[in-house]
Design a protein around this ligand. Structure first.
Ligand SMILES: [Zn+2]
Length: 372
């Protein structure tokens, strides 16, 4: 049976060849030495990583394009999380600087550059709530400035008037400069973190540990509407009152029962009947913004005053309660109490730490967290 044997041998050889990516692994770290015909795509497939992830990695930074031209003999390491998700990649091209890439949240960042070490020592002030953050903070030795900074940084996520309970804690981490470098709130089953970052232009802002700003962005419109039935205008003939009155809102005509969404993350300030507005919901977004949703037929089942809502969460349903001539949503945006035109007003965008600065930011985050 020499023919049979040779087929078996051939199949075995092919089998070895097809699967023969030259890799050895340790602690979810896979070391590859590039062989003829190898590509990053081949390594990704072998590790069960998606083509889409690969495409994202390659397009994340022009520098990553060199991963399309691996040369025989070069070394490449891919690290996975224990969950088999991609963690990082190290590549040593011939005659070129080493390339290190890490996946942080959903973003690929270049970790090749050495990190500037910030060596000023960190100190933490712990504020334990007994009555209110302001007085407890002062008691703990925080300046009024710092107290205001903390309130402003966390106000999109936390209502300092209603959310705090006895025993809740704030960890205010300082490196001696004016603004705290880290603010961590722990209460009940809620934890909020804010980390300071100073960008290249010298502007400072607080972000979560992934580098996203704590202020939420706003939806363009808080529902799927048929048409805009009334725009923001200072003089509008009112069909019921038969007079001209300002309409500092947008009316969206929509079918009765159409779900209405929270325009941004926030805290429910009002859920109830409000005169001409009928059944209404008012949501507070950070210190300066509120949104108003009126003439609702009903509220979302779990909606409660004082509770946080997420952007896009259903808060109620279109109706015609209050002073209204037909099913529509009356929607207002107020900035520091003043009604703004929701169709044209420039709302805050969610900030992000830039890609180039993210690695440095992340190392600062780790430094703050490990100092606690
Ligand atoms: Zn209206």
């Amino acid at each position: 049976m020499p023919k049979f044997l040779s087929i078996v041998l051939l199949v075995l050889l092919l089998g070895v060849n097809i699967g023969s990516v030259n890799a050895h692994s340790q602690n979810n770290e896979y070391h590859f030495t590039v062989k003829a015909g190898d590509s990053l795509s081949k390594y990704f497939t072998k590790l069960g990583l998606s083509k889409r992830l690969l495409a994202n990695l390659l397009s994340a930074n022009p520098k990553n394009q060199q991963l399309n031209q691996l040369k025989v003999g070069e070394k490449l390491t891919i690290q996975l999380h224990t969950s088999r998700r991609f963690k990082s990649l190290n590549y040593q091209p011939y005659g070129k600087p080493k390339l290190n890439i890490a996946l942080v949240g959903t973003r690929f960042i270049d970790t090749s550059k050495p990190i500037k070490k910030n060596t000023s020592p960190l100190s933490t002030t712990i504020v334990t709530i007994t009555s209110a953050f302001g007085s407890d903070g002062q008691q703990a030795g925080l300046s009024l400035n710092t107290i205001n900074t903390v309130v402003e940084a966390l106000s999109w996520q936390l209502d300092f008037g209603t959310d705090l309970h006895k025993g809740d804690r704030f960890y205010i981490v300082s490196d001696g400069s004016k603004q705290p470098v880290g603010i961590i709130y722990k209460g009940g089953n809620k934890r909020i973190e804010a980390f300071l970052h100073r960008n290249k232009k010298g502007q400072t802002h607080y972000y979560n540990r992934y580098g996203y700003g704590l202020n939420a962005s706003f939806l363009k419109a808080p529902l799927k509407y048929k048409r805009i039935s009334s725009k923001f205008q200072l003089k509008r003939y009112h069909p019921i009152l038969k007079t001209y009155r300002p309409h500092r809102a947008v009316d969206y005509a929509a079918a009765h029962g159409t779900p209405v969404w929270a325009a941004a993350d926030g805290i429910v300030k009002l859920k109830g009947w409000k005169g001409a507005l009928g059944k209404a919901v008012i949501i507070q977004h950070g210190a300066d913004y509120t949104t108003v949703y009126a003439h609702l037929s009903n509220y979302a089942r779990n909606l409660k005053k004082g509770k946080t809502v997420k952007k896009g969460q259903v808060i109620g349903y279109v109706g015609s309660t209050g002073r209204s001539t037909g099913a529509h949503l009356h929607y207002e945006i107020r900035h520091k109490g003043e009604r703004k035109n929701p169709l044209t007003y420039k709302l805050p965008k969610q900030k992000k730490v830039s890609r180039e600065e993210l690695w440095q930011f992340r190392s600062q985050v780790n430094r703050v967290l490990s100092s606690l």
